[in-house]
Design a protein around this ligand. Structure first.
Ligand SMILES: *[C@@H]1O[C@H](CO)[C@@H](O)[C@H](O)[C@H]1NC(C)=O
Ligand SMILES: *[C@@H]1O[C@H](CO)[C@@H](O)[C@H](O)[C@H]1NC(C)=O
Ligand SMILES: *[C@@H]1O[C@H](CO)[C@@H](O)[C@H](O)[C@H]1NC(C)=O
Ligand SMILES: *[C@@H]1O[C@H](CO)[C@@H](O)[C@H](O)[C@H]1NC(C)=O
Ligand SMILES: *[C@@H]1O[C@H](CO)[C@@H](O)[C@H](O)[C@H]1NC(C)=O
Ligand SMILES: *[C@@H]1O[C@H](CO)[C@@H](O)[C@H](O)[C@H]1NC(C)=O
Length: 506
């Protein structure tokens, strides 16, 4: 093929082809049929999405003149009625500026790379990212920017979103006692500002909500000593009226609600999501159960050691153990964690430093049936995202039995009939859309993801509070704080078989 003659022929042929192409392009093509987009449709309103759907229309209504609306706008009004969200315009020092200080956010780890791609982190492959759980507030805010029913008219809004990043704010000072006094400063400033705005007056802030990528306990400092852990965002008087959303809520407080931790999967299309689901359904699962995590030698009440011992006793062919120690960064690698979960039937989810774990959502994503040891790990937490019938998708083994060495996890799981296991796994896989946050730069058509379910949850709650206020009732203020987990999960304060899990200090 290195023959100069054939090379010459090739060049002559190419030139003729190019000439013909340009000739046709310039003279034969009817340019008038190509309408260039008008300037107006290039404005910020026209957010075109990656999957090229029909959502190229404005997602905000700030240009609407109600005297002559187009049919499209009428359609939007019909679709969005009761679902409008008003986003407070707050200075960047309460959100974007924290990302600029990403080096302060963690003493041991550089958090900066995690804020790439709208908070999803570095892209690993199509739909998969190296996502950090603390990025949730950034991801959520970026999703909100593209929410299809935003409004600039707060009196039309079903709820009011505050795009503040409380987790990033407090993280800057958690390991910095010298600056402990600054831990509450931004939140107090912000709340003072919001309270002075007219939007606050409508319901005393009851229609306001914010989202945190840290657990509730980081915002509920009890003691007077500023150097005690966390700040006081969730106990400030303004916050008591708002709906505070976090990756873990307190079972004993009424103003916070939990939503799923972010996983590594952020699909940008329906097919990416459904392909993953069918892949998980077909997955070969060699291990009966699996545990990924670290022991908690300093926590006397922790059952982690017992669980790890049971895993070891079951043998390597039955229980897959992924020990996460500081010296081995294997648990930080998304592909390692996912591979372990994807090859197991059950995934053990004992509490860690707090009740909940990100791992629960990684295991659902992998089609691995979660095994909980207390209802505080999920059943009373993710009320908007997980089904009430917890036995349909998970197993509960009481932590007390594990602590007393009175139960064999292996035996409990082995005794579940195969057909029942298959049914549970099918349900887990059906839950995947509920617990993932789609890529903010695109939009899913056929699925409601964790973001959409959160919006629905907030709107229902605010609607309920609004109705209560207009009727002069205060049911949501009448139950004892101690029972709030029961009230929100079952709508009752009656004695319950789970009471012993929620004895405070117990
Ligand atoms: C509103 O209606 C008037 C008259 O019908 C028309 O001239 C005008 O362009 C319309 N405005 C918009 C924004 O469509
Ligand atoms: C805002 O919405 C309310 C309630 O729907 C409506 O009465 C009012 O006219 C709207 N204000 C503006 C400026 O569009
Ligand atoms: C606050 O806590 C720190 C560390 O726990 C301690 O050194 C300090 O004495 C405490 N301050 C007060 C006023 O109790
Ligand atoms: C919270 O709501 C109550 C009842 O509407 C109101 O009296 C109170 O002033 C509100 N708190 C704040 C800080 O606005
Ligand atoms: C062990 O557990 C069983 C059932 O879970 C219970 O009936 C029994 O009393 C427990 N025994 C001890 C010693 O805790
Ligand atoms: C309802 O009761 C709670 C607790 O007593 C109180 O904090 C709240 O302000 C009350 N809400 C209204 C609207 O009065």
């Amino acid at each position: 093929m290195e023959n100069p003659r054939s090379l010459n022929k090739f060049w002559i042929g190419s030139c003729l082809l190019m000439f013909g192409f340009w000739y046709l392009l310039i003279y034969a093509y009817d340019w008038s049929s190509l309408s260039l987009p008008g300037i107006s449709s290039l404005s910020l309103d026209s957010i075109s999405t990656e999957n090229g759907n029909q959502w190229s229309t404005s997602n905000t209504d700030w240009n609407l003149d109600s005297s002559n609306r187009t049919a499209e706008e009428d359609e939007r009004e019909r679709r969005c009625r009761g679902r409008y969200i008003y986003v407070h315009d707050i200075p960047s020092r309460f959100n974007a500026d924290y990302i600029k200080q990403c080096r302060l956010l963690n003493r041991w780890q550089d958090m900066c790379p995690y804020f790439a791609n709208d908070g999803l982190g570095h892209r690993l492959r199509a739909g998969w990212f190296s996502t950090n759980q603390f990025s949730l507030e950034v991801i959520f805010h970026n999703r909100m920017k593209h929410y299809h029913c935003l409004t600039k008219n707060s009196s039309k809004a079903a709820a009011v979103y505050i795009p503040y990043y409380p987790g990033l704010d407090v993280a800057r000072f958690l390991w910095d006692p010298a600056n402990a006094a600054r831990k509450d400063a931004d939140a107090k400033d912000l709340f003072r500002m919001l309270k002075a705005r007219p939007e606050w007056g409508a319901m005393g802030g009851r229609d306001h909500f914010l989202v945190s990528g840290r657990i509730t306990w980081d915002f509920r400092r009890m003691g007077m000593n500023l150097t005690d852990w966390g700040n006081t965002v969730m106990v400030l008087p303004e916050a008591r009226n708002m709906t505070m959303i976090a990756i873990e809520s307190s079972p004993w407080d009424r103003n916070d609600f939990a939503i799923p931790y972010p996983t590594y999967f952020h699909p940008s299309s329906d097919s990416q999501l459904s392909n993953h689901q069918s892949k998980m359904a077909k997955q070969k699962r060699r291990f009966l159960f699996c545990f990924a995590g670290a022991p908690r030698p300093n926590m006397a009440a922790s059952i982690r050691e017992k669980i790890m011992a049971q895993c070891a006793a079951a043998g390597r062919r039955k229980c897959r153990m992924m020990e996460c120690r500081d010296d081995k960064h294997n648990c930080m690698k998304p592909e390692n964690v996912m591979k372990a979960f994807e090859s197991s039937v059950f995934c053990l989810q004992p509490p860690g430093d707090s009740f909940t774990r990100r791992s629960t959502f990684d295991s659902i994503l992998a089609g691995c049936i979660p095994v909980f040891f207390t209802p505080a790990s999920a059943y009373v937490q993710y009320l908007w995202h997980l089904p009430e019938d917890h036995a349909s998708y998970s197993v509960l083994i009481p932590e007390g039995d594990v602590r007393r060495g009175n139960v064999s996890i292996d035996a409990v799981l082995s005794q579940i009939p195969k057909a029942r296991v298959a049914e549970m796994r099918e349900n887990v896989i059906k839950l995947i859309p509920n617990v993932i946050y789609a890529d903010p730069r695109s939009r899913l058509e056929r699925y409601d993801d964790a973001f959409e379910l959160t919006i629905r949850g907030v709107i229902n709650r605010v609607e309920w509070l609004r109705k209560e206020m207009s009727e002069g009732r205060n049911e949501s203020g009448e139950f004892d704080l101690e029972f709030s987990w029961k009230y929100y999960t079952f709508g009752s304060r009656e004695p319950h078989e789970w009471d012993n899990y929620f004895k405070k200090g117990g």
